[in-house]
Design a protein around this ligand. Structure first.
Ligand code: CAA
Length: 381
């Protein structure tokens, strides 16, 4: 049976997030974009609403939101600011490997304390020299008694260094390639663990991005998730899930691009009439609308597969890739509709284009998504 309606609870949650976005995120987004400051108060307010780290299971005193709930919220927050949404989304990215592969004891130990305040998690896979080829990681894990010792660097880590817990992927035997990778939880204050904030990003400047440095960082083996050697698969299974919220954020951003374009086109006059009466502008609005609706349904479908425990690797890659490419085009066209005004930061659309570029890159570039989709097509024969 196909059901296209949201539950009453989901509609309420959507309404709550929409109102918060309108009242809190939208008015402050441009200032955080300019200052590159971390929006600590906004994260605290999301925590107060009960919507931070909301995927943490009920067994750890969390809300235990499903993927469909998560994407409904994600679309709303990203409408206001993709960079601010990335902070919230990346915390879910950091908790997902623990939810997927942690023991009950590890879940309680690492996830329950996160809920006590506006606390964040992070996910550390990419490195200065390895992004798409994740299995080629250089960060090393060695063993000493009951401890794991980490050495190396991780790059482009959202919430890096601010997060209370970071799931780190490291190789204990490079000859084993992906089979030599482990996933381990590192706490913020671990000796030898430091970070360097990355400045000068093109967009999503409210989100905190850092390089992580591990200099003989000692963590107990009790922090390893799953079996040693399962780390790569834990990373892949995590990304299969978390690419869906990236798709949702892209839909939210594209919806903002359409709303801004629609408003501007109703006010701006050319050839004696509002430009929304000119066919070439109408076509742009229609293209944006088609893209948003199509991407949202693919996002909801991928979320539904996740929530129902069905295979979702291909569907989440399609959602992430399609939605972020669509949103890039929507933001680009929004600037075109605004003409010269779209090119200056007096209007919000130039920020949309700078922000959305990252959606085509992080959580697996769109080239990697196409590779995942192509493999699924080829091996289904
Ligand atoms: N689920 C479960 N297992 C999987 C899997 C999946 N989706 N994909 C691969 N595997 C398994 C394979 O079955 C294989 O296992 P066996 O050896 O037992 O057969 C193993 O993993 C290796 O698979 P591949 O040979 O396919 O691996 P590969 O080296 O060719 O890489 C890849 C595959 C898809 C390119 C992968 O490296 C990848 O996804 N790269 C992109 C990494 C990425 O998304 N990084 C984003 C970082 S996070 C970020 O950006 C976040 C941020 O801060 C906001």
């Amino acid at each position: 049976m196909i059901n296209f309606s949201l539950s009453d609870e989901q509609k309420q949650m959507q309404q709550l997030a929409r109102q918060f976005t309108r009242d809190v995120i939208v008015p402050q987004a441009a200032a955080f974009d300019r200052s590159e400051a971390f929006p600590k108060e906004i994260v605290a307010q999301v925590h107060d609403l009960g919507l931070l780290n909301a995927i943490i299971p009920e067994s750890c005193s969390g809300l235990g939101l499903g993927m469909l709930d998560e994407v409904i919220l994600g679309e709303e927050f990203a409408y206001g600011c993709m960079g601010i949404y990335t902070i919230l989304m990346a915390s879910d990215l950091g908790t997902t490997p623990i939810i997927l592969a942690g023991t009950e004891e590890q879940k309680k130990r690492f996830l329950s304390p996160l809920l006590k305040g506006p606390n964040l998690a992070a996910f550390a896979l990419s490195e200065p020299d390895n992004g798409s080829d994740a299995a080629a990681m250089k960060t090393r894990a060695s063993f000493d008694g009951d401890d794991v010792i980490l050495n190396g660097n991780k790059m482009w880590i959202t919430n890096g260094g601010l997060a209370d817990i970071t799931v780190v992927f490291a190789s204990f035997d490079p000859d084993l390639k992906h089979k030599g990778v482990l996933a381990v939880v590192v706490e913020k204050d671990a000796p030898g663990f430091s970070h360097q904030k990355i400045h000068g990003k093109m967009g999503q400047r409210a989100s905190w991005t850092a390089e992580l440095i591990f200099d003989n960082v000692r963590v107990p083996k009790a922090n390893i998730l799953g079996e040693v050697g399962e780390g790569f698969k834990i990373a892949m299974k995590t990304l299969d899930k978390t690419r869906v919220p990236v798709a949702a954020g892209s839909v939210g951003l594209a919806r903002r691009a359409l709303d801004e374009s629609n408003k501007y086109a109703s006010e701006r006059l050319a050839f004696g009439k509002p430009i929304n009466q000119i066919q070439s502008i109408q076509i742009k609005l229609a293209e944006m609308k088609m893209g948003i609706e199509t991407a949202r349904w693919q996002t909801f479908y991928a979320a539904w597969l996740v929530d129902n425990g069905m295979p979702h690797t291909e569907a989440s890659a399609i959602a992430k890739c399609y939605a972020s490419d669509m949103a890039f085009n929507a933001a680009n066209e929004a600037i075109q509709v605004h003409g010269g005004y779209g090119y200056v930061n007096e209007y919000p659309v130039e920020k949309l284009l700078r922000d959305v570029k990252l959606n085509q890159i992080y959580e697996g570039t769109n080239e990697i998504q196409r590779l995942v989709i192509a493999r699924s097509v080829i091996y289904s024969l």
